[in-house]
Design a protein around this ligand. Structure first.
Ligand code: C2G
Length: 141
Protein backbone atom coordinates (compact mmCIF):
# COMPACT_ATOMS: atom_id res chain seq x y z
CA UNK A 1 0.00 0.00 0.00
CA UNK A 2 1.76 3.11 -1.25
CA UNK A 3 0.51 6.33 0.35
CA UNK A 4 0.79 9.72 -1.36
CA UNK A 5 0.23 13.14 0.21
CA UNK A 6 -0.14 16.55 -1.37
CA UNK A 7 -0.93 20.02 -0.03
CA UNK A 8 -2.80 23.00 -1.43
CA UNK A 9 -5.47 25.67 -1.17
CA UNK A 10 -7.71 24.35 -3.99
CA UNK A 11 -9.65 27.62 -4.25
CA UNK A 12 -12.13 27.86 -7.16
CA UNK A 13 -11.47 24.23 -8.09
CA UNK A 14 -10.40 23.83 -11.72
CA UNK A 15 -8.94 21.33 -14.19
CA UNK A 16 -5.37 22.07 -13.10
CA UNK A 17 -6.25 20.99 -9.57
CA UNK A 18 -8.01 17.87 -10.81
CA UNK A 19 -5.11 16.80 -13.04
CA UNK A 20 -2.65 17.32 -10.18
CA UNK A 21 -4.70 15.14 -7.85
CA UNK A 22 -5.07 12.45 -10.53
CA UNK A 23 -1.31 12.51 -11.23
CA UNK A 24 -0.57 12.31 -7.51
CA UNK A 25 -2.94 9.37 -7.03
CA UNK A 26 -1.39 7.55 -10.00
CA UNK A 27 1.91 7.49 -8.04
CA UNK A 28 0.48 5.16 -5.39
CA UNK A 29 -2.58 3.46 -3.95
CA UNK A 30 -3.94 6.01 -1.51
CA UNK A 31 -4.02 9.82 -1.77
CA UNK A 32 -4.26 12.16 1.19
CA UNK A 33 -4.85 15.84 0.43
CA UNK A 34 -4.01 18.50 3.03
CA UNK A 35 -6.20 21.53 2.37
CA UNK A 36 -4.94 24.94 3.54
CA UNK A 37 -7.31 26.40 6.16
CA UNK A 38 -8.58 29.97 5.76
CA UNK A 39 -6.29 31.04 8.62
CA UNK A 40 -3.22 29.38 7.01
CA UNK A 41 -4.03 31.01 3.67
CA UNK A 42 -3.76 34.39 5.40
CA UNK A 43 -0.25 33.35 6.49
CA UNK A 44 0.45 32.27 2.89
CA UNK A 45 -0.70 35.72 1.80
CA UNK A 46 -3.48 34.14 -0.27
CA UNK A 47 -6.98 35.69 -0.40
CA UNK A 48 -9.39 32.81 -0.96
CA UNK A 49 -12.87 33.12 -2.52
CA UNK A 50 -14.25 29.77 -1.30
CA UNK A 51 -14.32 29.03 2.44
CA UNK A 52 -12.31 26.11 3.83
CA UNK A 53 -15.36 23.94 4.63
CA UNK A 54 -16.55 24.11 1.00
CA UNK A 55 -13.03 23.53 -0.41
CA UNK A 56 -12.83 20.40 1.79
CA UNK A 57 -16.30 19.21 0.65
CA UNK A 58 -15.33 19.56 -3.01
CA UNK A 59 -11.90 17.89 -2.78
CA UNK A 60 -13.02 14.99 -0.59
CA UNK A 61 -15.66 14.14 -3.20
CA UNK A 62 -13.10 13.86 -5.97
CA UNK A 63 -12.94 10.18 -6.99
CA UNK A 64 -9.14 9.84 -6.70
CA UNK A 65 -8.98 11.41 -3.22
CA UNK A 66 -9.04 8.99 -0.28
CA UNK A 67 -8.70 11.38 2.63
CA UNK A 68 -8.61 15.10 3.35
CA UNK A 69 -6.80 16.69 6.31
CA UNK A 70 -6.26 20.32 7.31
CA UNK A 71 -3.08 22.17 6.42
CA UNK A 72 -2.60 24.69 9.23
CA UNK A 73 1.13 25.43 9.08
CA UNK A 74 4.25 25.16 6.94
CA UNK A 75 5.82 22.98 9.63
CA UNK A 76 3.34 20.09 9.75
CA UNK A 77 4.57 18.13 6.73
CA UNK A 78 7.18 16.00 8.54
CA UNK A 79 4.77 15.01 11.30
CA UNK A 80 2.06 14.31 8.71
CA UNK A 81 4.46 12.05 6.76
CA UNK A 82 5.21 10.10 9.94
CA UNK A 83 1.63 10.02 11.22
CA UNK A 84 0.11 8.77 7.97
CA UNK A 85 3.04 6.53 6.94
CA UNK A 86 3.49 8.50 3.72
CA UNK A 87 5.69 7.02 0.97
CA UNK A 88 5.48 9.91 -1.51
CA UNK A 89 5.08 13.68 -1.13
CA UNK A 90 3.87 15.12 -4.44
CA UNK A 91 3.13 18.71 -5.47
CA UNK A 92 3.10 20.88 -8.58
CA UNK A 93 6.48 21.85 -10.05
CA UNK A 94 5.83 25.52 -9.27
CA UNK A 95 7.27 24.36 -5.93
CA UNK A 96 10.30 22.65 -7.55
CA UNK A 97 13.06 22.26 -4.96
CA UNK A 98 11.13 23.88 -2.10
CA UNK A 99 10.35 20.60 -0.34
CA UNK A 100 13.55 18.61 -1.01
CA UNK A 101 14.16 18.53 2.76
CA UNK A 102 11.33 15.99 2.97
CA UNK A 103 13.55 13.51 1.09
CA UNK A 104 14.84 12.36 4.51
CA UNK A 105 11.34 11.02 5.23
CA UNK A 106 9.76 10.04 1.91
CA UNK A 107 10.07 10.29 -1.86
CA UNK A 108 9.49 13.86 -3.14
CA UNK A 109 7.97 14.25 -6.61
CA UNK A 110 7.23 17.55 -8.37
CA UNK A 111 4.47 17.07 -10.91
CA UNK A 112 3.95 19.16 -14.06
CA UNK A 113 1.42 21.98 -13.63
CA UNK A 114 -1.44 22.36 -16.09
CA UNK A 115 -0.71 25.36 -18.31
CA UNK A 116 -3.05 28.31 -18.98
CA UNK A 117 -5.25 27.95 -15.98
CA UNK A 118 -4.95 29.23 -12.43
CA UNK A 119 -7.23 30.51 -9.72
CA UNK A 120 -5.64 33.96 -10.15
CA UNK A 121 -6.46 33.96 -13.90
CA UNK A 122 -10.04 32.91 -13.16
CA UNK A 123 -10.42 35.65 -10.55
CA UNK A 124 -8.97 38.26 -12.93
CA UNK A 125 -11.35 37.17 -15.72
CA UNK A 126 -14.29 37.43 -13.33
CA UNK A 127 -13.16 40.90 -12.21
CA UNK A 128 -12.86 42.08 -15.82
CA UNK A 129 -16.35 40.73 -16.59
CA UNK A 130 -17.78 42.60 -13.60
CA UNK A 131 -16.03 45.83 -14.71
CA UNK A 132 -17.55 45.48 -18.20
CA UNK A 133 -21.00 44.93 -16.71
CA UNK A 134 -20.62 47.98 -14.45
CA UNK A 135 -19.49 50.11 -17.41
CA UNK A 136 -22.45 48.93 -19.51
CA UNK A 137 -24.84 49.66 -16.65
CA UNK A 138 -23.47 53.23 -16.41
CA UNK A 139 -23.95 53.69 -20.20
CA UNK A 140 -27.56 52.57 -19.87
CA UNK A 141 -28.32 54.96 -16.97
N1 C2G B 1 -1.71 23.27 -9.80
C1 C2G B 1 -1.46 22.70 -11.06
N2 C2G B 1 -1.81 23.38 -12.18
C2 C2G B 1 -2.41 24.60 -12.10
C3 C2G B 1 -2.68 25.17 -10.83
C4 C2G B 1 -2.32 24.47 -9.69
O1 C2G B 1 -0.91 21.60 -11.16
N3 C2G B 1 -2.73 25.25 -13.24
C5 C2G B 1 -1.33 22.51 -8.62
C6 C2G B 1 -0.32 23.24 -7.73
O2 C2G B 1 1.00 23.06 -8.21
C7 C2G B 1 -0.54 22.54 -6.39
C8 C2G B 1 -2.04 22.20 -6.42
O3 C2G B 1 -2.46 22.28 -7.79
O4 C2G B 1 0.20 21.34 -6.32
C9 C2G B 1 -2.88 23.15 -5.59
O5 C2G B 1 -2.58 24.47 -6.03
P1 C2G B 1 -2.91 25.69 -5.04
O6 C2G B 1 -4.28 25.53 -4.52
O7 C2G B 1 -2.47 26.95 -5.70
O8 C2G B 1 -1.93 25.36 -3.80
P2 C2G B 1 -0.67 26.16 -3.32
O9 C2G B 1 -1.04 27.56 -2.99
O10 C2G B 1 0.42 25.91 -4.28
O11 C2G B 1 -0.40 25.45 -1.88
O12 C2G B 1 2.26 23.71 1.60
C10 C2G B 1 2.05 23.76 0.20
C11 C2G B 1 0.99 24.76 -0.16
O13 C2G B 1 -0.17 24.60 0.64
C12 C2G B 1 0.65 24.62 -1.64
Amino acid sequence: MKRVITYGTYDIFHIGHLKLLQRAKALGDELIVAISTDEFNLKKGKRVMIPYSQRVEIVKNIKCVDRVIAEESWEQKISDIKRYNIDIFAIGDDWEGKFDFLRDYCQVIYLPRTQNISTTKLKNSLNSAFEIIEALKKDLE
